[in-house]
Ligand binder design. Structure first.
Ligand code: GRF
Length: 200
C-alpha cells in the first residue's frame, strides 16, 4: 500500500508555486508525497491550466458565488470547500497564492495540516502587500517564509525561510520577480522536511 502523503494545494490565480511543488513531487525531488488535487476558489485562472498540463485533478469552489450585497458568507463557502477537501483525504494542505483568509470552519476541520508561503521574513510584514511594506521600511533584506497556518494571520510556526538582499532601485515588481524562484525552492525544501525527513 502507498504511504505517500496526500497533498492538496489551494490557489487563487497564477499558480507558479503550485507548479513548482507539483513538478518537484512528480520528478521525485520530494519522494514521499503525491499531489491529489488543486483546489481553486476562482474559475478560469492560470493555475487550473497548469494543473491540466501536469495531469493534476482540479476542483473549483467559486467563492464569488457566496458574495451578496457586499458581504461574503465565509462559513457557507467554507462548508462546501471543507466537504470537497475532506473527500480528497489530505495529509497536508498547501496554500500557494490562496488569496482568502481562512475561517474557523476550515481551520477547525484540518488542525495542524495547513501550511502557507508568505513573501516576507516573518514575523516581519504580515498580511497584504508584503513587498511594499518591506520597501517602505527600508530593510536591507527580505525573503519568504513557509509556515504552519493557525488562527492568527501569518503567525504559525516557521518551517523554512530564505533571504534575499534588497537592492538600490528595487520596486515591488523587481523584488517579486527576484523572490519568486526562491519561493519555489523554499516551498520544495519545506515539503521535503515534512514528507521525506521523517520517513524511515
Ligand atoms: C506568492 O508570492 C506567494 O508568496 C503569495 O502569493 C504569491 C502566489 O504566486 N502567497 P503563485 O500563484 O504561486 O505564482
Amino acid at each position: 500500500m502507498s504511504s505517500k502523503k496526500r497533498i492538496v494545494i489551494l490557489a487563487s490565480g497564477r499558480g507558479s508555486n503550485f507548479e513548482a511543488l507539483t513538478k518537484a513531487i512528480q520528478s521525485g525531488t520530494v519522494k514521499n508525497a503525491e499531489v491529489v488535487a488543486l483546489v481553486c476558489n476562482r474559475k478560469g485562472v492560470p493555475a487550473l491550466e497548469r494543473a491540466r498540463e501536469l495531469g493534476v485533478k482540479t476542483v473549483v469552489v467559486e467563492s464569488a458565488l457566496y458574495h451578496s450585497e457586499g458581504k461574503f458568507d465565509r462559513p457557507a463557502y467554507e462548508k462546501v470547500l471543507v466537504r470537497e477537501i475532506t473527500a480528497l483525504k489530505p495529509d497536508l494542505i498547501c496554500l500557494a497564492g490562496y488569496l482568502l483568509l481562512l475561517g474557523k470552519t476550515l481551520l477547525d476541520t484540518f488542525p495542524e495540516k495547513i501550511i502557507n508561503i508568505h513573501p516576507s521574513l516573518l514575523p516581519a510584514f504580515k498580511g497584504l502587500k508584503a513587498h511594499e511594506q518591506a520597501l517602505k521600511a527600508n530593510v536591507k533584506e527580505t525573503g519568504c517564509t513557509v509556515h504552519w497556518v493557525t488562527a492568527d494571520l501569518d503567525s504559525g510556526p516557521i518551517i523554512a525561510q530564505s533571504k534575499i538582499s534588497v537592492l538600490a532601485g528595487d520596486t515591488v515588481e523587481k523584488l517579486e520577480a527576484r523572490l519568486l524562484p526562491i519561493e519555489h525552492r523554499t516551498y520544495i525544501e519545506a515539503l521535503k522536511k515534512l514528507c521525506d525527513e521523517d520517513t524511515p
